[in-house]
Design a protein around this ligand. Sequence first.
Ligand code: FAD
Length: 307
Amino acid sequence: MLKRVVRRVGYAGPVRRTITSSSGLGRVTGRFVGGLDEVSAVAVAQRLRAQGMLTTLHVRQGNPVDEAGADAHVELYRRLVAQHVEAGLREGSEISLKMAQFGLLAPGGLDGAVERMRATVADAYAAGIGVTVDMEGIEEVDVTLDAVCRLRADQPDVGIAIQAYLLRSEADCHALASTGARVRLVKGAYGAGPDVAHTTRATVDSAYERCLEILFAGGAYPMVASHDLRMVEAARAMAREAGKGRDAYEIQMLMGVRTQDQVRLAAAGERLRVYVPYGPDWYGWFVNRIVEKPSNVRLLAHALVSP
Ligand code: FAD
């Protein structure tokens, strides 16, 4: 209920206009977003690297419904890869793609999107940069798995996000682990009904732990993407019990969320990767980060006073 209210307030015209009216990002909004273009985003990545953290950068520029908009995303990611190279950030760096950015909704559909993603994957790996594909709504799960399977035929290192809240995900984790895939395990952000998903915090958390066990026991490279420190500690314990070194898995968090824990975990020797979104379509991302934690509402208020 509170989340719905905060989301409605965040998207209300005057609030949105006030927060986005400045030409750049304010101090508060900039906590969660790596800037408006690849130059500022890679500068953020450099700062995080200096603190011992890795990054995965993601462009926010809407989901195109035409071929030209989808092609533009290939170019945006090409510029992002080039900027990493210019900044000397290759090894260990990663970019995150969404299928919808590459034209899933455009006339070429799945095949067109896979072809464009293939070009971006080739660009990234030629520069020594990894790729993971985000998971979106329930309708996109099968096509995303299919697309990643096709991309991995050329480049087996391409990773995929799996949402623990989906009832099918334990089976998907088994299948992916058996092929040695890199799997970013998330709780799931899109919401889904009880016919396809766990819907309470307790059942989602247990599903997350079961998926972790499958990934650690199988041949996967688990990417533990959660701010829930119980999940993070469960993963660290599983890795220790399985005799896995710290290069056999990694922990991922979003930019601006639990930053002290990010620093602490990196200092403790964990591979810690920060997901950094950037680009002109940053506002929805900012509101979602506010909605996730009730006490963040004061950040929204602060952004209104000093955007
Ligand atoms: P929660 O139980 O939601 O949160 C645990 C605790 O973390 C909270 O109690 C709170 O203390 C803290 N916290 C969480 N969010 C915030 C915040 N905004 N501000 C301050 N504190 C906070 N979802 C997808 O569906 N597809 C994806 O591809 C995807 N990729 C992701 C990539 C990364 C690197 C991460 C970290 C998340 C990704 N997600 C993705 C989002 C994910 O599904 C969850 O919605 C989100 O991470 C919240 O779940 P949680 O595991 O952090 O646990």
